[in-house]
Write a protein that binds this ligand. Structure first.
Ligand code: CA
Length: 225
């Protein structure tokens, strides 16, 4: 999921970039509104993290002005302005969520995931790895004509693995991706979900698709056609 970070504090922008990348997002950083507009016209983003005090303008005024004109992805305002009036103004200006600095990356990632679960325009409604296709909005998966019956967490896990197909995904990244920040994760929870998903992939004709890389994590092979 591509996320545009509009933040002029390079240290904070770097922390957010690193943090949400660990959670499975693909972030880009711009440090002003002008650059943000250029980025948005050049690529499809699934969400925007928007600082308000920016060198070339006020993020809130920009949002109020652009939201009705542009098909913007969900916008999460990230700011030091913490007064109730500011939060109300931010949401009224068209933001989808509002988070006050300092932030916890876990919460930011969880809120991004919540935004992305809402119906709306997306850059990639269906993602694929070989014959496996995952509908990001509907949270459904197919292999050819075979529909996979997935629980919410299995769907979140499969989405992550398809997005990273061919690469090892660490267990901690999976925990971040499939559990909300307020949920407790038992030691064997990820293994249990992996095991169930592996059975379902097996039933769908992909017996060796999901591999355990001992001591590292899990890997979804690009299933052959
Ligand atoms: Ca700023």
């Amino acid at each position: 999921m591509r996320v545009l970070i509009v933040e002029d504090n390079p240290r904070l922008a770097g922390l957010i970039e690193h943090g949400i990348a660990q959670c499975g997002f693909s972030p880009d950083i711009v440090d002003g509104l002008h650059e943000a507009e250029a980025a948005l016209s050049g690529a499809n983003y699934d969400a925007i993290i928007l600082d308000l005090g920016l060198p070339d303008g006020d993020g809130l005024a920009w949002l109020r002005q652009e939201r009705p004109k542009l098909p913007l992805p969900p916008v999460l305002i990230l700011t030091a302005r913490d007064a109730l009036g500011d939060r109300v103004a931010g949401l009224d200006a068209g933001a989808d969520d509002y988070l006050v600095k300092p932030i916890e990356i876990d919460e930011l990632a969880a809120r991004l995931r919540a935004l992305l679960r809402r119906p709306g325009p997306r850059s990639q409604p269906v993602i694929r790895a070989g014959k496996l296709a995952f509908d990001v909005a509907a949270r459904t998966a197919r292999s050819g004509d075979h529909a996979l019956e997935l629980t919410r967490r299995e769907a979140d896990l499969l989405e992550l693995l398809i997005r990273r197909a061919g690469a090892v995904v660490r267990r901690s990244t999976i925990e971040e991706a499939i559990y909300r920040f307020d949920e407790a994760v038992t030691p064997n929870a990820v293994e249990a979900i992996i095991s169930r998903l592996r059975h379902k992939l097996n039933d769908a004709g992909h017996p060796d698709a999901l591999i355990t890389i001992r001591g590292m994590g899990y890997l979804l092979r690009d299933p052959k056609e």
